[in-house]
Every structure is written in structure tokens, then in C-alpha cells.
Design a protein around this ligand. Structure first.
Ligand SMILES: Nc1nc2c(ncn2[C@@H]2O[C@H](COP(=O)(O)OP(=O)(O)OP(=O)(O)O)[C@@H](O)[C@H]2O)c(=O)[nH]1
Length: 199
């Protein structure tokens, strides 16, 4: 729309799942289109990327939490206030798949029942070492009522799609999106709420 200044919508996304499933690589692939030199996440880090949804910029603040058990308390403390989660398992590690139910419990407990979640089965480039079938991933996601993708941070498969789907779902929820980095509930209709200087 001509002469229109958009509000600064910010959404907090949190990466979660067991250690070594590829959370840091997924964030790096999505935000910088590279893979990091391997370093296990210690504590918390975040990256940002702006996406355009329905002609409106939405700034994603992507928090990469550590999956290691010893950082569990710290990691889940970042769940509160999140608008969306990327819950990751490794298709070559069935334990990481089983543990998604524990991560899901943490999400529901700390972030609420209505939060948006996408389930990712990462490392789908390692077909030879697969321990979790695609059907099992799809079935679990169906039971949770959430979207599912098999991804590869290494080969850049479905990474963009996963973030885009999550962003769209959060945007559609509008009442829980942040404006100008302050927590403000959006109650206006879609068009007017995304544009503050149209007269
Ligand atoms: N083949 C393959 N390897 C991957 C992929 N994604 C990540 N990896 C490898 O998996 C290992 C762990 O990746 P990270 O991104 O550090 O995993 P993480 O989930 O952030 O681990 P924590 O920080 O300990 O929670 C690294 O050796 C990566 O190179 C992928 O899509 N394919």
C-alpha cells in the first residue's frame, strides 16, 4: 500500500529437541545459508531473520537452545513467551524421536496449549542410517495436530518451508504477536493492524 509504514512485528521462535539433532545447523542454514563449524550449543543464542507474510514484515527472533540434559532447566526457561517452536529429532536416532514427547510436554507446560509447533525429522540426507520411518514422523505429527517435515540442514531440504509454515501460523494467530518489541495484543482486523500510518 503506498505511503504505508508497517509496524515492527516480532515473533519469538524456539528451537528444541535432543542434543546433536541439528538445531544449530538448521538455524544457520535458514538465517545465513551456511553450516557452522560444529560446536555443541552451550546455554542460549539467538539469530534474527525477517520474513514477509501477507505483505507484512515479520521479524523472527530464533532462539537456539541446548539439547544436552545438563542445560535442560536453562533451555526450557526460554520457552515462556515463545510464539512458536521448531521441535527437532534426528531420523538416524530413534531415541531423539521418542524424546520428542518429553519436549512436547515441556512446551505445553511452559508455553501453553495453543502455541504453534512444527515437527522436523532432520538429517534426511542420511537415508542409509535411517532409524525412524517418515510414516512414524507423520503419524506423530498428526496425533499432535501439527505440521511435519523431513529436513536436511546439510542439503538445505525443507528448511525454508518449515520456518515459513510456522511464521504463517503465528501471523494468523495475530493476538500473540509482538509489536515494536513490546507485548501488545493485536485486536484490530488484519489489514489495519499491520499498517499504522495509512489514513
Ligand atoms: N548429515 C547431516 N548432518 C547434520 C545435519 N544437521 C546437523 N548435522 C550434524 O549433526 C551434528 C549436530 O548438529 P548441531 O546443529 O550442533 O546439533 P544441535 O541439535 O544444535 O546440538 P546441541 O547444541 O547439543 O543441542 C553436527 O555434526 C552437524 O554437522 C543434516 O541435516 N545432515
Amino acid at each position: 500500500m503506498a505511503g504505508c509504514t508497517y509496524r515492527n512485528l516480532v515473533a519469538k521462535l524456539v528451537m528444541t529437541g535432543d542434543s546433536n539433532v541439528g538445531k544449530t545447523c538448521i538455524v544457520s542454514r535458514y538465517t545465513e545459508n551456511t553450516l557452522p563449524s560444529y560446536l555443541s550449543t552451550v546455554g542460549i543464542d539467538f539469530k534474527t531473520k525477517t520474513v514477509i507474510i501477507d505483505e507484512t514484515p515479520l521479524k523472527l527472533q530464533i532462539w537456539d537452545t541446548a539439547g544436552q540434559e545438563r542445560f535442560h532447566t536453562l533451555s526450557v526457561s526460554y520457552f515462556r513467551g515463545a510464539h512458536g517452536f521448531i521441535l527437532v529429532y534426528d531420523i538416524t536416532n530413534s531415541v531423539s524421536f521418542q524424546n520428542t514427547s518429553l519436549w512436547m510436554k515441556d512446551i505445553k507446560m511452559k508455553a501453553g496449549e495453543d502455541v504453534e509447533v512444527v515437527l522436523l525429522g532432520n538429517k534426511c540426507d542420511r537415508e542409509d542410517e535411517r532409524e525412524v520411518s517418515k510414516e512414524r514422523g507423520e503419524k506423530l505429527a498428526w496425533e499432535y495436530g501439527i505440521p511435519f517435515f523431513e529436513t536436511s540442514a546439510k542439503e538445505n531440504i525443507n528448511i525454508e518451508n518449515a520456518f515459513h509454515m510456522l511464521s504463517e501460523a503465528i501471523y494468523a494467530q495475530r493476538s500473540s504477536v509482538l509489536i515494536d518489541q513490546n507485548v501488545v495484543n493485536l485486536t484490530e482486523p488484519k489489514k489495519s493492524s499491520s499498517c499504522i500510518s495509512c489514513r
